[in-house]
Write a protein that binds this ligand. Structure first.
Ligand code: DOR
Length: 450
């Protein structure tokens, strides 16, 4: 019998493997063999032929990183980003799968528009992809059917208006949506009525320092309190996106039965007023970056288990758009490419362990969204792998950013920890900060879709 030749062998790396008897991770030196897009063998040592061998000595081998909140702007806003450029940025940053948001133009609110996104991604995406469907007043009765479409990561609700025109602001409509279907619904939680009442603050002050004053703590807390009440009433699990206040964390800590929680690297790294002094409207996003007391409480919630997932909320806008006077300047900052380096730097600084980081961007998003066959380095699982060098020191620079926007709020930041290889479906697609393969990303599958 002829000896099998593996497609790829990753040798000598420190791997984060699933614990054999519980949900935790163990760190162990091991070799990983890959063929036909799957992990075929994990052993202390594999000395068998392979078409390509990666020497991972001194490096850490992680399950492929999933960014479960990105805005890639196609269709309609492709001067900011498209599915090719956004996924290119993803793999340069060590991300192997993205879940993309529905606030494109037109918004992704029907089966046809959802299929159009899948068609557009085919053969153009550098990493794996899934898309959210947007809830609107016009598709409420369709939600249960739409969320079941293959490769749909779920339904998104904007309770407060942000970029685009998606909005479901009233409790009656929200309850109807939550009462339909069964998958976890993701929510941008800001209270639209309060935003409208207080918009004059932003207009009158015309200063981005007032962004977190206009979109204040109460705006977020009111919305999340209403949302939790409706989720409990309907029994519908929810995922609260980009939680930005310590006060919401105190509420969500006691709501783990019904709510999972996402936080962003921005809210763990930047704070007011410093970010607005330095970056002006380039730090403007919704929900806003707030004072340091919130950053500290978000970290506390991350460490005590209140937080389930880190996503980037990659939301590119061009420099020209961001340079408009506040509040005409759009909200949102790019982040898919910087998520891994920023968070590895926090690991280096001792703010969280590597295990915790890996859970927040691999096992947990797979649990929350019921992703099939990903999120662990396990025989038979998809060969999506991120290799990182925890000691590598680099300075994040605008010139490295592949997003069409061409800037990052982290420009000039020195970090320790960097992705060295991104492996998507068994193909090495990024190495030494270069994309070295054609667009090989595939649609992501879920356990609870058709
Ligand atoms: O700041 C934001 N920008 N928050 C959002 O919720 C949307 C995003 C965007 O799409 O620009």
């Amino acid at each position: 019998m002829s000896e099998q030749i593996h497609d790829l062998l990753i040798k000598g790396g420190t791997c984060l493997l699933p614990h054999p008897s519980d949900q935790s991770l163990i760190e162990q030196q091991a070799d990983i063999a890959i063929s036909d897009g799957r992990i075929t063998k994990i052993r202390d040592s594999i000395n068998e032929p392979a078409k390509r061998v990666i020497d991972a000595k001194g490096l850490h081998v992680l399950p492929g990183i999933i960014d479960s909140q990105v805005h890639f702007r196609e269709p309609g806003l492709t001067h900011k980003e498209d599915l090719e450029s956004g996924t290119r940025a993803a793999v340069l940053g060590g991300v192997t799968s993205i879940f993309e948001m529905p606030n494109t133009n037109p918004a992704t609110t029907t089966e046809e528009l959802f299929q159009d996104k899948l068609n557009r991604a085919k053969g153009r995406a550098h990493c794996n992809y899934a898309f959210f469907v947007g809830a609107s007043h016009d598709n409420i009765t369709e939600i249960a059917r739409l969320e079941k479409m293959p490769h749909c990561s779920g339904v998104k609700i904007f309770m407060g208006s942000s970029t685009g025109n998606l909005l479901v602001e009233d409790d009656e409509s929200l309850e109807k949506i939550l009462a339909q279907g069964s998958r976890r619904v993701i929510v941008h939680s800001e209270d639209e009525m309060r935003l409208r009442e207080r918009k004059h603050i932003a207009v009158d002050q015309a200063d981005v320092h007032y962004h977190p004053v206009w979109r204040d703590v109460e705006t977020a807390v009111n919305s999340t309190t209403r949302l939790l009440r409706l989720a409990r009433k309907t029994g519908r699990p929810i995922h609260v996106l980009h939680v930005s206040t310590g006060e919401e964390m105190d509420i969500l800590r006691d709501a783990k039965d019904i709510a999972t929680v996402e936080v962003l690297p921005q809210h763990l790294t930047l704070y007011a007023p410093d970010c607005y002094d330095r970056l002006g409207t380039f730090a403007q996003q919704n929900p806003p970056i707030r004072e340091k007391r919130h950053l500290d409480r978000i970290w506390k919630a991350l460490l005590d288990g209140t937080v389930d997932v880190i996503g980037s909320d990659h939301a590119p806008h061009t420099r020209e758009e961001k340079e408009k006077p506040y509040p005409s300047s759009p909200s949102g900052v790019p982040g898919v490419q910087t998520l891994v380096p920023i968070m590895l730097n926090h690991v280096h600084d001792g703010r969280l362990t590597l295990h915790k980081f890996v859970e927040l961007v691999t096992t947990n998003p797979c649990r929350v969204f019921k992703v099939k066959n990903k999120g662990r380095l396990r025989q038979g699982f998809d060969a999506d792998i991120t290799i990182v060098d925890l000691k590598k020191q680099k300075t994040i620079q605008n010139s490295w950013i592949a997003s069409k926007c061409g800037w990052t709020p982290f420009d000039g930041m020195k970090v320790t920890g960097w992705p060295t290889h991104t492996i998507v479906g068994g193909h090495v697609v990024m190495e030494n900060d270069q994309v070295i393969a054609p667009s090989l990303g595939q649609p992501v599958n879920f356990e609870d879709t058709l």
